[in-house]
Ligand binder design. Structure first.
Ligand SMILES: Nc1ncnc2c1ncn2[C@@H]1O[C@H](COP(=O)(O)OP(=O)(O)O)[C@@H](O)[C@H]1O
Ligand SMILES: [Mg+2]
Length: 326
C-alpha cells in the first residue's frame, strides 16, 4: 500500500484558476519525497488537499490507504503537518509549544515529556528549549515546526517549504533532521521546495510541478538520465547576437534541444566534449564569439528547463530576499 496516493487530483478555485490540474502520485512508505515547483505552481494547494484541509474538485487521494475525504479524521490523526505560514506565538518557549502540540495530538501524558525531550534533542534545540520563541532564528523556528509535526509519531509527515528563506547551512540542517527521522522512525516525508538542487541531493523521489501539473517524476538520477544529453552553455555578449547564436547552433547535427536563458544559449547535445568545438565553429561562422563556454552534466534545473522552457531558481532567490527584508 502506498503511503500517499493520488489519482486525477485537482483543485480549480475558479474555471480560470486551475491551481492543481489532475495529478497522480504513488509514494512508497519510508520515502523522502520532494515536491518541486516555482511560486504559484500548486504545491501548497496539493498539500492542503492531501492533509484534508481543502476539498478536491476532482480526483481522489489516500494517505496510508485512507481516503482523505471519507476518512478525514483518521487521516489527520495519522499525519504530521508543518505549513508555510506557521504563526508561532512569540512569548511561548520551544518546550511549551511542543508540549501544547503533544496535547492537541492527544499524546498520553505519561509519554509526553520523554517525547518532547527526544524531539528537542533530535533537532538540536535542547539548549534553547526554555527560551521565548521570539529569540529564535528562522532556522530554529523551522526546526521547531518540524519537531511539532512529529510529537504523536505520525507515519507520514508533510512539510510545506521548510527551507524557503533559510541560509544554506540551516537548509542543510533541516534536511539532515528529516533524514534522521526518516531512518530512525521510518517516517515518510512529503516536502515541498523551490530549491531543485537540495532535493536533487536529498530526496529519494521527486515530482516537478508547473502550472498545476506534474511535468516530471522519478528519482533525481532517473530524471537527469532521462535527458540523455550533456549541457553546453554558451554565454553571448549582446541580445541580437543571442538570437543569431541560437539559430546558428541549431545547424549542428548532434543537437537535441536549444534554449535561450538570460544571456546564454543552452545546448543539449549527446557528446558534450566533442560538440564544443563544432558549436564554437558554427558561432564563428556567424561572427559571434561567446564570452564563456561551459560543459556540464544535466541537473534537475535542466530537467525543469527542458520540460517548461524556463529556469526555476530565480523565484526561490527572490522569495528568500523578500523574507529576509520583511
Ligand atoms: N484560496 C485560493 N483562492 C484562489 N486562488 C488560489 C487560492 N489558493 C491558491 N490559489 C492560486 O492557486 C495557484 C497555486 O497556488 P499554491 O498552491 O499556493 O502554489 P505554491 O504553493 O506552489 O506557491 C496560484 O495561482 C494561487 O494564486
Ligand atoms: Mg506554497
Amino acid at each position: 500500500m502506498a503511503a500517499i496516493f493520488a489519482q486525477g487530483l485537482a483543485k480549480h478555485f475558479t474555471p480560470e484558476i486551475k491551481a492543481v490540474d489532475g495529478i497522480d502520485l504513488a509514494i512508497e512508505p519510508g520515502q523522502i519525497f520532494g515536491f518541486l515547483g516555482a511560486n504559484g505552481s500548486g504545491k501548497t494547494t496539493t498539500v492542503r488537499m492531501l492533509t484534508t484541509l481543502l476539498r478536491p474538485t476532482a480526483g481522489r487521494a489516500e494517505v496510508s490507504g485512507l481516503d482523505v475525504e471519507n476518512h478525514a479524521g483518521q487521516v489527520r490523526a495519522s499525519i504530521g503537518v508543518a505549513l508555510q505560514e506557521a504563526g508561532l506565538d512569540d512569548i511561548q518557549t520551544g518546550r511549551e509549544l511542543l508540549t501544547l502540540s503533544a496535547r492537541l495530538y492527544r499524546v498520553p501524558s505519561s509519554q509526553m515529556k520523554a517525547r518532547v525531550d527526544e524531539l528537542l534533542r533530535i533537532v538540536d534545540l535542547e539548549e534553547s528549549a526554555d527560551r521565548a520563541l521570539k529569540t529564535y532564528s528562522g532556522g530554529m523556528q523551522r526546526r521547531l515546526d518540524l519537531a511539532a509535526a512529529l510529537v504523536h509519531r505520525p507515519t507520514v509527515v508533510f512539510l510545506d517549504e521548510p527551507t524557503t528563506g533559510l541560509d544554506p547551512i540551516s537548509r542543510d540542517a533541516i534536511w539532515r533532521y528529516v533524514g534522521e527521522l526518516n531512518r530512525t522512525e521510518g517516517v515518510t516525508f512529503f516536502l515541498t521546495t523551490q530549491y531543485l538542487e537540495e532535493a536533487d541531493r536529498l530526496a529519494d523521489e521527486v515530482a516537478i510541478m508547473a502550472a498545476g501539473k506534474i511535468v516530471a517524476q522519478g528519482s533525481p538520477a532517473e530524471l537527469k538520465a532521462s535527458i540523455g544529453t550533456d549541457v553546453v552553455s554558451l554565454r553571448i555578449g549582446s541580445d541580437e547576437d543571442l538570437t543569431r547564436a541560437s539559430d546558428a547552433v541549431r545547424r549542428f547535427e548532434g543537437i537535441e534541444d536549444v534554449r535561450v536563458v538570460d544571456d546564454a544559449v543552452i545546448c543539449y547535445v549527446r557528446d558534450g566534449s566533442s560538440a564544443i568545438a563544432a558549436l564554437v565553429l558554427l558561432l564563428d561562422g556567424a561572427n559571434i564569439r561567446p564570452r564563456e563556454v561551459t560543459l556540464s552534466q544535466p541537473t534537475l534545473d535542466d530537467v525543469f528547463l527542458r520540460k517548461t522552457g524556463h529556469h526555476m531558481e530565480a523565484d526561490a532567490a527572490a522569495d528568500a530576499k523578500v523574507r529576509k527584508s520583511s
